[in-house]
Ligand binder design. Structure first.
Ligand code: NAP
Length: 247
């Protein structure tokens, strides 16, 4: 059983979907959780679920594409929790379309929320982790950051960038005992994939060796492992959680 008792985690985009499941999974293992989301109501609802598990939680409304929001969020987190042991950069969006029709603002928005956010959060949190000489950062990338996907130039570029950021920070922070890894989910059943038609979902599932979409808990369990002491000698890695889609 993985134990995170006494650890304090910050999870972005934790109001719903994969982020919510990550927050609850870390809490079940004993961690206290700062629940960040753009939507204050959903952040509060996940925070209440964490508290119902007997852990401390703080809802933190934050737009992760804005440096000032992130600075305020980390300062509010630190006012409640004495350490920041685990950062999960999970918040992400899609604005799909073939490149010839993709608007420049959709490129900019996806890169800002999916990639720049992780740069800003890591930068803000690194000061605390470096001082403590311990920490775990887990970035939620995607298999499309590894293999590309027609109609997702902005999204796949943001996730490939996140993988590059992960490996670079793993190297920069290794001597400070901070491990930085990424999880690359395949197709997971959340609001993000709810937009797909039943036919598209069936087509997708047929390409997955395990013949089904994944669940948020499948991703959360990989994050739990990487956030725990069991992964102390693992850094700069990308773990696909995809039913065998990428191998
Ligand atoms: P989701 O259900 O759409 O949830 C995304 C969460 O991020 C929402 O709570 C959303 O808040 C929050 N968010 C969006 N923009 C934000 C911002 N600017 N600041 C703070 N929070 C923000 O998506 P999901 O499927 O759980 O995806 C979570 C992560 O996994 C994303 O990084 C995604 O790219 C990645 N992923 C998902 C899949 C999949 O198949 N689902 C596959 C690969 C990777 P609101 O509720 O306010 O919008």
């Amino acid at each position: 059983m993985i134990q995170l008792a006494g650890r304090n985690a910050l999870v972005t985009g934790a109001g719903r979907g994969i982020g919510r499941e990550i927050a609850l999974t870390l809490a079940k293992a004993g961690a206290n959780v700062g629940v960040c989301d753009l939507d204050e109501a959903t952040a509060q609802s996940t925070a209440a679920e964490v508290q119902a598990l007997g852990r401390s939680a703080k809802a933190l409304r934050c737009d992760v594409s804005k440096a000032s929001d992130i600075a305020e969020m980390v300062s509010a987190f630190s006012a409640t929790f004495p350490t920041l042991d685990i950062l999960v950069n999970n918040a992400g969006i899609t604005r799909d379309g073939l490149i010839v029709r993709m608007k420049e603002e959709d490129w900019d928005l996806v890169l800002a929320i999916n990639l720049k956010s992780a740069f800003l959060c890591c930068k803000e949190v690194a000061r605390l982790m470096m001082k403590a000489r311990t920490g775990k950062i887990v970035n939620i990338a995607s298999v499309v950051g590894i293999m590309g996907n027609a109609g997702q130039a902005n999204y796949s570029a943001s996730k490939a960038g996140l993988i590059g950021l992960t490996k670079t920070l793993a190297r920069e922070f290794a001597s400070r005992n901070i491990q930085v890894n990424a999880v690359a989910p395949g197709f997971i059943q959340t609001a993000m994939t709810e937009k797909l038609s039943p036919q598209d979902k069936e087509k997708l599932a047929s390409q997955i060796p395990m013949q089904r979409l994944g669940m948020p808990l499948d991703v959360a369990n990989a994050v739990l492992f990487l956030a725990s002491g069991l992964a102390d000698y693992i850094t700069g890695q990308v773990i696909p959680v995809d039913g065998g889609l990428v191998m």
